[in-house]
Design a protein around this ligand. Structure first.
Ligand code: CUA
Length: 159
């Protein structure tokens, strides 16, 4: 009888694992889990960026201590970033919103933890703080077409 009781316990433990596994899959498929990006309603029409905050990409102060930058990643440059650097202040909360009008790109600020995919129709949000003036490279690390290897830019942290 003792063994029978242990078997019941093991069956119960197995069921908990199975139910947990199925629940975790359902949770992910249903879109309630940790998404790459844009699972907080941050979706937009990639063909109508001119009607969004990406119409005139660049930086601005959202408040006294919060700097916001919108960046468009497109074949094969970052706007801003490539033709002119992304400029952000040091010792300030910085939020970068990045989107793409064409294909999937990567957004990697080399040497930092800022590293994400950029997906058409989605807004990638990255928040950080730089503690000193410095210049960083930005690279696209998702293959996005013939000019992928030249898709790069610069982020400059100013005092
Ligand atoms: Cu954009 Cu690779």
């Amino acid at each position: 009888m003792e063994i029978h009781r242990l078997e019941k316990i093991w069956i119960a433990v197995s069921l908990v694992f199975i139910v947990g596994l199925v629940a975790s899959i359902v949770y992910g498929v249903a879109g309630m889990g940790v998404g790459t990006v844009g699972d907080t309603g941050q979706q937009l029409d990639p063909n109508a960026l001119e009607e969004t905050r990406f119409a005139d990409p660049g930086g601005h102060w959202a408040s006294d201590d919060h700097y916001v930058v919108t960046v468009v990643a497109r074949q094969f440059l970052f706007q801003p970033g490539s033709q002119e650097p992304v400029m952000v202040p040091a010792n300030t909360t910085v939020t970068l919103y990045v989107t793409s009008p064409d294909v999937v790109h990567g957004f990697d600020v080399v040497g930092t933890h800022l590293n994400a995919m950029v997906i058409p129709g989605q807004v990638t949000k990255l928040t950080t703080e730089f503690d000193e003036p410095k210049s960083y490279g930005i690279v696209c690390h998702e293959y996005c077409g013939a000019g992928h290897q030249s898709m790069a830019g610069q982020l400059v942290v100013v005092p």
